[in-house]
Design a protein around this ligand. Structure first.
Ligand SMILES: [Zn+2]
Length: 238
């Protein structure tokens, strides 16, 4: 059944994860007509800079720039994302309601522990969502099982080897503008602080260049996939 309500559902442990690691991929998908929904698992309450409300306003602005139909904030506790059945049910309810073809999630191995936990939570919820004996209700309606076609994990702070890279050369400047929507999150410093905005943008530029270099393009975003990448003809992969 091809009854997808949205094409891509992009989850992030914190507002700005999706943008830093996969805004280019989402901008291209948007330009190609994809329906996109963003889900922030927490509202980033432990962030060192800015307030939660500032961050939420910035997240709304970034969602508009990405052409997302909706941005959902789940209010899990920042710094305490756990992959248990209660957490999975909250994710499954959204997956079954919006029936995304593709899911994006944090990286399994990353600097922030919430990213690793979110990666496993989203991967497991995507699988369990397909099991009819896990019953969920959303907005008072019993839900049908549904499993997305693929879950891709965007590479963010730690350089790990991607399974797939997406050429974002044409939208790279636009990606940088989307990240700048989160201006409260970054110290506006001229110095060498690793959390200074100049350094963060430089780090993203460098990693996107490294992913791009391997496939002879200027900039790319990298993703891993925990299951095989399948095709009916090897030529589909080009
Ligand atoms: Zn994060």
């Amino acid at each position: 059944m091809n009854n997808h309500v949205v094409d891509i559902m992009a989850f992030g442990a914190h507002p700005d994860d999706v943008e830093c690691a996969s805004a280019g991929t989402l901008l291209i998908a948007k330009d190609n007509g994809a329906k996109i929904i963003l889900v922030d698992i927490t509202r980033g309450g432990l962030g060192s800079f800015g307030t939660v409300n500032q961050r939420t306003e910035e997240a709304k602005k970034a969602a508009m720039m990405l052409g997302a139909k909706k941005r959902i904030q789940l209010n899990f506790i920042d710094g305490q994302i756990v992959n248990n059945r209660d957490s999975q049910i909250k994710i499954i309810e959204l997956i079954r309601f919006y029936r995304p073809k593709i899911i994006l999630a944090n990286a399994f191995i990353d600097r922030h522990p919430d990213h690793n936990n979110a990666a496993n939570l989203i991967k497991d919820a995507s699988f369990f969502s397909g099991l009819k004996n896990i019953e969920t209700h959303y907005k008072g309606v019993k839900q049908l099982p549904y499993r997305p076609s693929a879950v891709y994990h965007y590479i963010q702070d730690l350089m790990i080897k991607p399974d797939v890279v997406i050429d974002i050369s044409n939208v790279f400047p636009e990606k940088m503008k989307v990240i700048l929507a989160y201006k409260s999150q970054f110290q506006d410093s001229e110095d060498s602080s690793p959390v200074g905005i100049k350094n963060l943008l430089k780090q993203i530029e460098n990693s996107n260049q490294i992913f791009g270099r391997n496939v002879n393009v200027a900039f790319a975003e990298g993703f891993t996939k925990s299951t095989y990448i399948a095709a009916k003809d090897i030529q589909e992969l080009f």
